[in-house]
Design a binder for this molecule. Sequence first.
Ligand code: PMP
Length: 365
Amino acid sequence: MTKPAPKDWILGISPYVPGKAAADDGRPLIKLSANENPLGTSPAARAALVAATADLATYPDPGAAKMREAIAAAHGLDPARVIYGTGSDELLHIAASAYAGPGDEILYVRYGFSVYDIAARRVGAIPVIAPDADYATDVDALLACVTDRTKVVFLANPNNPTGTMTPREDIARLHAALRPDILFVLDQAYAEYLDGDEDDGGMELAKSAANVLVTRTFSKIHGLAAERIGWGYASAEIIDALHRIRAPFNVTTAGQAAAIAAIRDSGWVDASRTHNRQWREWLAAEIAALSNHGLRAVPSKANFLLILFEGKLTAEAAMKGLWDEGYATRWLPGQGLPHGLRITIGTAEQVRAVAAKLRAMAEAA
Ligand code: PMP
C-alpha cells in the first residue's frame, strides 16, 4: 500500500449530476433543469436573510430553535421532533448512515431520486431497485423486494424525476406491510405543490409511527435552493439518532432567518402553487396534442414534467434544440431514461416558448 485507498463501495458511486445553468461555452441558459421556483424567493424571506447577514462572525444557532418552532407552528408539529439539514439531501444521507451499513439493503423504486443510490453506496449498503408501474410506484413490486437485510426504504412523493404521486391509500398500505424495524423515508421535497386533498398522509404517519421519517425542503416552492435548508419529522428516537451524526451548525444563520420568513409567507407559497398548477396543466395539454408525434408527459403533481419521446424526435435532440433556444432542461440517460426529458415549470413566457419549440421540432422531425 503506497497511498490511501477509498473504500470499494465509494468508487462504485456515480457522482450526482446537477442540472446545468450555462452552456459549455459559458453562455447563460434559462434553467429549467433543477426544479427551482421560477417566481424566485419570497421578498420577506429575502429581507430576513439580508438582515441576518449583519453578524457573520458568530456561528449559527446549532439547535435552530426559532426555525424549528416556525416549522412546527406552520405544520402542527412538536418542535422537539423537527430535524434540519444542509438541504434535505443531508437528511437522506444521515438517515441511510444511521440505519444501514455494509451488506444491508436500501430499497427504492426505479426512477427514484438519484441521491438514494449515493446515500446507500456511501455507507456500503446495497441499493435494491424495485420495478415501477408505467413510471409510478408499484407497491406490491416494492414489497416483493423486501428481504431480511432491508433496512431503509426511500420513496419520494411526488417523485423526481417522474412527477408521479403515490396516493394516500398506497402509502398507508405500504407502511402497514413493511416490517416495523425498516425505516421508511418519505421524501416530500415537492409536497407543497399538492392541493390539500392530495396529501399523502405521510406527516400524520410520521407523528404516530415509530419507523417513518418525512423529509421536506426549502429549495423548491420556498425558492431558497441557494441556502441549502431541509427539514424532517419523525419519532423522538429517530430524531435523536440523526442529531448524533448531522454536521454541527448545518444550517446557516441567514438560512434559518430566511426559512422562518418563508414558511410564514403563505401568500408566496399559494401563488407559487397556483402558478405551477396552471402552467403544468397547460404544458401537459400541449404535449398531449403532440401525441401523434410520439410525445407524452408522465402525469405529474410536482413542479416539472417528465416528457417521453417515443416517435421520430428524440429526447436528446429535443434537449439540444431547447438548448439552442436558450433553455437548459434535464435529459436523463444516466437514470435509465434516454427517452425522457424533465422540464421544470417556468414562467408563463418560458413555458410557452418551450412548448412552441417542442411543437416545431416534433413537426419537423
Ligand atoms: N428529494 C428530491 C425528490 C429532490 O428532487 C431533491 C432536489 N433535487 C431533494 C430531495 C434534495 O433537495 P435539497 O437538498 O435541495 O433539499
